[in-house]
Design a protein around this ligand. Structure first.
Ligand code: NAD
Length: 474
């Protein structure tokens, strides 16, 4: 029986391994993590992450061929294939701070694999890592463990949070990069055989190691660039009277451009886009390509600009001050169908409004009060002074008085002067807006950061509506 062990039971490791276990009943899959509460949650009815369909998949195989454990060393030593799906955040200190990937977790996982291995292993990079990481990992593994063969593969994950299970069941492609040696090709075939249980052969792409590593960074950079491009257009639409939805539709019907990922919004978030572009910027700089670095940096700058523009619009619309005014924040997760708030645009929007002394009442169906309060106390990276992290403002205690987290959209909205829709949860489309209007201060403002509400209908009720990239009277 082939044994797989995955180090890291997070948003990627958990769902990916659950799907491998489901599709490959003859393979034993153990997901290990040093975070005890996370593993306990994977072994309970309250999984640590929210993903549509995940509960079902886990229930079908947990205890049969899918296991979650904190006994990292034991399961790594017994495995034939070790996936490494640990976090690779942006470095916050030292060389490359604010841009380079922090590979501390990766390095410690690699050293541990070397220490505990007693048999040959295929080690799979599942985390998103800088191009050439496999070379460093090979050095760590082979120097620390003579006589054992380690074959490194790059198998980056392309799932999107919120649709992770559907993406894993039916991936656009699975990418496997390996060495062009006979051993490297044999390792590729072994991993290919796992995915071949459910992924059609023509969707399993095999490349060299560096192409696979770089493809993941390139894919995220292209996706984020597309959002920044449409968001940049949304600003021009507002200035000229064009409607960004009409522009997106018009350009999306060009088969070279395509219709997906062209929705204007308050900005992109999530743990990956910004981090991976920063990483790409750093790699370009290290390779003597400052112009290429600047090109990608601009994608993040436009994203920051979009969030600032949104906050400025809220404040300027509400008579140039939100001081003491209650603003309902509908949605805090970085997108719908996830409880993940990492790099969510809601953080910057809320901080901007708090800076103008607004009172925020925040509701998100999947995000906890603890997450929100932690996120709003986070420090923000300053592009122009990378060595320093700015102090958060206003102070945490003031902020706690200014922020309440509630468990119902109508409660958030009660007596509010304005509403900001920051996540495209379906339930925000279906609210009884007549009732909402009656329970708000007048004039009642709604700022739709995701273009999900029916602006025309809301204007008929009496709301003043701002939609991203649309004329104010449309
Ligand atoms: P995560 O933070 O949710 O999970 C990582 C887990 O690794 C944590 O639970 C942590 O405790 C564990 N870990 C760290 N060091 C460990 C060690 N030495 N031994 C055992 N466990 C250890 O991160 P994630 O969102 O799952 O992302 C993982 C990687 O996948 C990142 O590189 C990310 O860029 C990439 N990725 C993420 C997504 C996404 O949508 N979240 C999509 C594609 C790729």
């Amino acid at each position: 029986m082939v044994k797989i062990c995955c180090i890291g039971a997070g948003y990627v490791g958990g769902p990916t391994m659950a799907v491998i276990a489901l599709k490959c009943p003859e393979i034993e899959v153990v997901v290990v993590d040093i975070a005890v509460p996370r593993i306990n949650a994977w072994n309970s009815d309250q999984l640590p992450i929210y993903e549509p369909g995940l509960d079902d998949v886990v229930k079908q195989c947990r205890g049969k061929n899918l296991f979650f454990s904190t006994d990292v060393e034991k399961h790594v030593s017994e495995a034939d294939i070790v996936f490494v799906s640990v976090n690779t955040p942006t470095k916050t200190q030292g060389l490359g701070a604010g841009k380079a990937a922090d590979l501390t977790y990766w390095e410690s996982a690699a050293r541990m694999i070397a220490d505990v291995s007693k048999s040959d292993k295929i080690v799979v990079e599942k985390s998103t890592v800088p191009v050439k990481t496999a070379e460093a990992i090979e050095r760590i593994l082979t120097h620390n463990r003579k006589g054992i063969n380690f074959n490194i593969l790059s198998n980056p994950e392309f799932l999107a949070e919120g649709t992770a299970i559907a993406d894993l069941f039916n991936p656009d492609r699975v990418l496997i990069g390996g060495r062009e040696t006979p051993e490297g090709q044999k390792a590729i075939q072994a991993l290919k055989a796992v995915y071949a249980h459910w992924v059609p052969e023509d969707r399993i792409l095999c490349t060299n190691l560096w192409s696979a590593e770089l493809s993941k960074l390139a894919a995220n950079a292209f996706l984020a660039q597309r959002i920044s491009s449409v968001n940049a257009m949304s600003a021009l639409c507002e200035a000229t009277g064009a409607d960004v939805s009409q522009v997106s539709h018009s350009i999306g019907t060009d088969s070279r451009i395509g219709p997906k990922f062209l929705n204007a919004s308050v900005g992109f978030g999530g743990s990956c886009f910004q981090k991976d572009i920063l990483n790409l910027v750093y790699i370009c700089e290290c390779n003597g390509l400052p112009e290429v670095a600047n090109y990608w940096k601009q994608v993040i700058k436009v994203n920051d600009y979009q969030k600032t523009r949104f906050v400025n619009r809220v404040v300027s619309s509400m008579f140039n001050t939100v001081s003491g005014k209650k603003i309902a924040i509908l949605g805090f997760a970085f997108k719908k169908d996830t409880g993940d708030t990492r790099e969510t645009p809601a953080i910057d929007v809320c901080k901007g409004l708090l800076g103008d002394k607004a009172k925020l009442s925040i509701y998100d169906p999947q995000v906890t009060e603890e997450q929100i309060m932690r996120d709003l106390s986070m420090k923000k990276f300053d592009w122009d002074h990378p060595a320093h992290l700015q102090p958060s403002s206003p102070t945490t205690s003031n902020k706690q008085q200014q922020v309440s987290v509630v468990f119902d959209a109508y409660e958030a909205i009660k007596d509010a002067h304005g509403i900001c829709v920051l996540t495209e949860w379906d339930e925000f489309k279906a609210l009884d807006y007549q009732k909402v209007y009656e329970n708000m201060q007048k004039p009642a403002f709604i700022f739709d950061g995701r273009n999900v509400v029916d602006a025309k209908k809301l204007r008929e009720i009496g709301f003043i509506v701002y939609s991203i990239g649309k004329p104010l009277d449309s």
